[in-house]
Design a protein around this ligand. Structure first.
Ligand code: ADP
Length: 626
């Protein structure tokens, strides 16, 4: 039989599976049952939506047969099956490629559930089997096909015969090793327990042959040993069950079974709505962002069921972008089975459901914030950025919904604070909510602009995400307190004595500032004495709406927008450097231009901007040394 090679990424993944140190090898059963169930969903859906198909509901079963002598487990379904091409494509390649580097890293480092995250379910059978055979007959096909593989060195694929549409998967279970007792999987009771543990809520009956002993006829102590087919699972989907009967663990198992994520969800919410529109929903707030969450590849959405039948794996209409991290499902009796993607977008019922869901998510998040701060911060570290994008997106249309969910770093306690907390502890005379932007918390802490504010005991929000300042600009104020950058022209902290002193100083040295400006020409918008500096000689302040941080971010964008912040060079008139400037001015010395340029370059460095002419800068320092 000619051998085919796995696609290279699949091969590496298979290697990973085969040599897996993964402790939950047992989940292979969950994966295979879940595939069988999906395949039958597809078949069932076809039967329901195609008139000429007459299908017997009793056919929908998943059968698990153990053959101890041959060390095999066979899992059979009457699902939609796979054609030869589909076998080749589905089992020869992993669906989501390009992510394998990441996988290996994480398996090694953190033992993440790669299986769940990447939907490589079928391959998990290689954790327990050294040979896997798939016999499948697709709906509408004459021939069946047999696919066999012993692992990473390839697979074979041939035509064969099979009476019924559907798929049989035969696992040849590995021999025991000192570390692993594979025999366990061949034990009827252990396997039954695993099926119950992982797949109890599968809607189709899962049938196993269980040994039974019956008293021999006419005997009191002699037994007949035989086997009897039993349905192992309870079959009621979890979302149809009564909340009170379910434990956290049940929801967590369901989350893994559904591949919603590889983490343990931080919170779940189970809703049953009766009334004008009836539906059940289970929503999860994950802890960790999927690897592709902040890329354009990520697709949001909830699973959508119509009366228990899956009609869409991912209905994006059910989630707003800013809550795109939510996982889960909605099942409604009021939705038509035949609804198409296009119709979905305009469906009135669905709009109502999604509005309710949005409210529910917000409620859950607020409650997490209030009652379980530690977990909320975990959530926020993963998805806070998405909320901030949400504030900024669509010209701030949704900011009201999101404001109370935001957290920022701050100068106090080095912890994340909410805006409510910030405003709640503002000293009475403080006019604005202050913020400073920078690359890292360490760098922001050293910004000279924060000096006077911190001295007064004012708290400053430390913004380190690109999106932060844009989000605050859109918010513009919180509880009637405006946001103010520490570099802003008006900080609202003038005391009157100082003000007079300052005006006097400006008046006296008017020419000095004018001359500095003429040295720097268009590089700065203005040169002024500073009200915010304490120990440092110089900094930039900002006139206008575009901050220096925004200028940096915008200029990095593809097809970069050439916007510039209006930079005001501020000089600390209480600093010795001011004396030096004054005397250079008086002596009409060349040093005046030299000092001015150096101060300007220093201000750039402090802001994390590059020096425009490094050679001139180096020369200027050398001139200073002479
Ligand atoms: P996933 O189920 O996450 O897509 P798998 O590796 O488990 O990933 O399966 C890959 C694909 O193979 C499935 O998407 C499905 O199309 C097909 N498949 C797997 N098992 C079956 C089955 N029992 N019947 C029909 N198709 C199947």
């Amino acid at each position: 039989m000619a051998k085919k090679q796995f696609k290279s990424e699949s091969k590496r993944l298979l290697d990973l599976m085969i040599h897996s140190i993964y402790t939950h090898k047992e989940i292979f059963i969950r994966e295979l049952i879940s595939n069988a169930s999906d395949a039958m969903d597809k078949m069932y859906y076809k039967a329901l939506t195609t008139d000429e198909l007459n299908f017997n509901k009793d056919d929908y079963k998943i059968k698990i047969i153990i053959d101890k002598d041959n060390r095999t487990i066979t899992i059979s379904d009457k699902g939609i099956g796979m054609t030869k091409e589909e076998l080749d494509k589905n089992l020869g390649t992993i669906a989501k490629s390009g992510s394998l580097n990441f996988k290996e890293e994480n398996v090694a480092q953190e033992g993440y559930d790669i299986i769940g995250q990447f939907g490589v379910g079928f391959y998990s059978s290689f954790m327990v089997a050294d040979e896997v055979t798939v016999i499948s007959k697709a709906f509408g096909e004459e021939d069946a096909n047999i696919w066999t593989s012993k692992g990473a060195d390839g697979y074979s694929l041939e035509v064969c015969t099979k009476d019924t549409v559907g798929t049989d998967i035969v696992l040849k279970i590995k021999d025991n090793t000192p570390d692993e007792n594979y025999d366990n999987y061949l034990n009827t009771y252990s396997l039954k327990a695993l099926v119950k543990k992982y797949s109890d809520f599968i809607r189709y009956p899962i049938i196993m042959e269980m040994p039974v002993s019956k008293l021999k006829e006419g005997s009191k102590d002699e037994f007949d040993e035989s086997v009897e087919e039993q349905t192992v699972n309870s079959m009621v989907p979890i979302w149809r069950k009564n909340k009170n009967e379910l434990k956290d663990e049940d929801y967590e198992n369901f989350y893994s079974e559904k591949h919603y994520g590889f983490d343990k969800p931080l919170r779940h919410s189970h809703i049953s709505v009766e009334g004008a529109i009836r539906y059940n929903a289970i929503l999860y707030i994950p802890e960790k962002a999927p690897y592709d969450y902040y890329t354009k590849d990520f697709e949001k959405g909830l699973e959508l069921y119509s009366n228990g039948v899956l009609i869409m794996h991912r209905a994006p209409e059910l989630l707003p972008d800013y809550f795109s991290f939510v996982k889960g499902l909605v099942d409604s009796e009021d939705l038509s089975l035949n609804i198409s993607r296009e119709m979905l977008q305009h469906d009135r019922q669905l709009k109502l459901i999604s509005k309710n869901i949005e409210k529910q998510i917000k409620k859950e998040l607020l409650s997490l914030l209030k009652n379980d701060r530690e977990n909320y911060e975990k959530f926020y570290n993963s998805f806070g950025r998405q909320l901030k994008y949400g504030v900024y997106a669509e010209y701030g249309m949704n900011k009201e919904i999101l404001t109370d969910l935001l957290l920022f770093h701050s100068s106090k306690e080095k912890k994340l604070v909410s805006l409510d907390e910030y405003v709640g502890r503002m000293p009475e005379e403080q006019q604005y909510i202050y913020y400073a932007t920078g690359e890292s918390l360490e760098k922001i802490e050293k910004l000279p602009q924060t000096g006077q504010l911190l001295d007064r005991g004012y708290e400053i929000l430390y913004l380190i995400d690109d999106i932060d300042e844009f989000a605050l600009k859109i918010l513009s104020s919180y509880k009637e307190k405006e946001f103010r950058s520490v570099s802003s022209n008006d900080l609202g902290i003038e005391d009157l004595d100082k003000k007079e002193e300052l005006e006097e100083e400006i008046e006296k040295n008017k020419d000095l500032f004018v001359r500095m400006k003429s040295v720097l020409e268009d590089k700065v918008f203005d040169v002024r004495p500073s009200k915010r500096l304490k120990r440092h000689p110089v900094c930039f302040a900002n006139d206008g709406d575009i901050s220096i941080e925004m200028e940096k971010i915008l200029s990095q964008m593809p097809n970069g927008q050439q916007v510039k912040a209006d930079k005001v060079l501020e000089i600390n008139i209480e600093h010795r450097v001011f004396e030096a400037l004054k005397s250079a001015m008086k002596d009409n010395s060349d040093d005046f231009a030299l000092y001015t340029k150096l101060l300007y370059d220093q201000a750039r460095l402090i802001e994390g901007l590059s020096i425009e002419d490094p050679v001139e800068f180096a020369d200027n320092i050398w001139k200073l040394m002479k």
